[in-house]
Design a protein. Structure first.
Ligand code: DOR
Ligand code: ZN
Length: 352
């Protein structure tokens, strides 16, 4: 088959975006316009966990773009209770998001993974309300000794806790956000039908080598879960490009932090600014680089159909167009360094 130079895809869904607040909110909303729908992640400095915050959040986002389409999440914190979750749902939140304590940005308010069982009454209510429960699955420390677990092992070691939720709640829709490594991918691929996995462009297209820039640490590729090895990227890309990718969706995890904070803090914040016009071409280029097929059916499942089914969203009614036209990703946008900054993309998005 000859080289394709143009690709039409149904308008994608971006089901995991940190829309943030204030100036960042403005910027992320603008860069998220290419998605038909997005899921806003509520891990703000003060996590979203009350009906008032949910209502305010909707207004805050709509003030930037009234026609922007999004779902809202509330965070599973220590003080989240079943009735409170129900009130948040009535106020407009459709998703219960879980970031275990100690895993990532603002996770200090999250329930500890080893205490998740104490919150099963909240998950029970999520099930009754038909909300989606989606999580950041990592175990940051050994619960018996308190000792830190090395970053590359954290995702895999969270599997028993995830497995317990799955066994306990066969009727709950359970998400595994940003799958980064082979053990979790295999686990999700063998999981029951109520379990779905999200994959980012950076976990598919970058490895831990990208976190090193001529020997020194490059904070712009630092995220959680941490980037893994090429074999992990290959496994993720193979799963995404396969025809049976029904329980995998695109979760961009666009998570900007100011360049200045990334570059000057001794413990820089984790998260990659991964807008769709960079992430989507990077995925296509990654598939090509390893010789995997560029199949519109599989890509449409991954970028839109599967999310529509899982999140009960209306079908996409238009398309995006990608053309083979090399370009260099800008070094920064408004003081934020994007994914793949200064590097070449072989594809560009047109008409979005
Ligand atoms: O790298 C990450 N950054 N992973 C997350 O789960 C959160 C995010 C953020 O909010 O910056
Ligand atoms: Zn995230």
């Amino acid at each position: 088959m000859g080289l394709i130079n143009l690709l039409r895809l149904r308008r994608p869904k971006g089901m995991h975006i940190h829309l943030r607040q204030d100036d960042l909110l403005k910027l992320v909303v603008m860069f998220s316009n290419i998605y038909g729908w997005v899921l806003d992640i509520g891990n703000l400095l003060i996590p979203i966990k009350s009906p008032e915050q949910v209502r305010r959040r909707r207004e805050e986002i709509e003030a930037n773009n009234i026609s922007f389409k999004f779902l809202l999440s509330v965070m599973l914190t220590e003080d989240m209770m079943p009735d409170l979750l129900e009130e948040c749902h009535e106020a407009g939140a459709d998703v219960l998001k879980y970031q275990p304590f100690g895993t990532t940005t603002n996770s200090q308010f999250g329930v500890r993974l080893e205490k998740l069982r104490e919150k099963y009454d909240v998950l029970e209510r999520a099930l009754e309300l038909r909300m989606i429960f989606t999580g950041h699955w990592e175990l940051p420390y050994n619960p018996l000794t308190g000792k830190d677990i090395p970053l590359p092992l954290r995702e895999e070691l969270s599997i028993p806790y995830l497995s317990d939720v799955i066994d306990y709640f066969p009727g709950l829709t359970i998400g595994v956000e940003h799958i980064s490594g082979r053990p979790m991918l295999q686990f999700v691929q063998q999981a029951p039908l109520n379990v779905f996995g999200g994959i980012t462009a950076h976990h598919m297209g970058c490895t831990r080598a990208d976190m090193r820039d001529q020997g020194s640490f490059n904070p712009h590729y630092s995220c959680r879960p941490v980037l893994k090895d090429f074999e992990d990227c290959l496994a993720l890309m193979t799963a995404v490009s396969a025809e049976d990718n029904d329980n995998l969706i695109f979760t961009p995890d666009c998570a900007p932090h100011l360049k200045e904070r990334k570059e000057t803090m001794s413990d820089p914040p984790v998260g990659i600014f991964a807008p769709g016009h960079i992430g989507i071409p990077l995925i296509i280029q990654g598939l090509e680089n390893v010789g995997l097929p560029i199949r519109e059916t599989a890509l449409n499942n991954f970028f839109s159909y599967n999310a529509e089914r899982i999140y009960s969203l209306p079908p996409a009614d238009d398309e995006i167009v990608l053309v083979r036209e090399p370009c260099i990703v800008p070094a920064e946008y408004n003081g934020i360094v994007p994914l793949w900054a200064g590097r070449q993309l072989n594809w560009q998005m047109k008409e979005y």
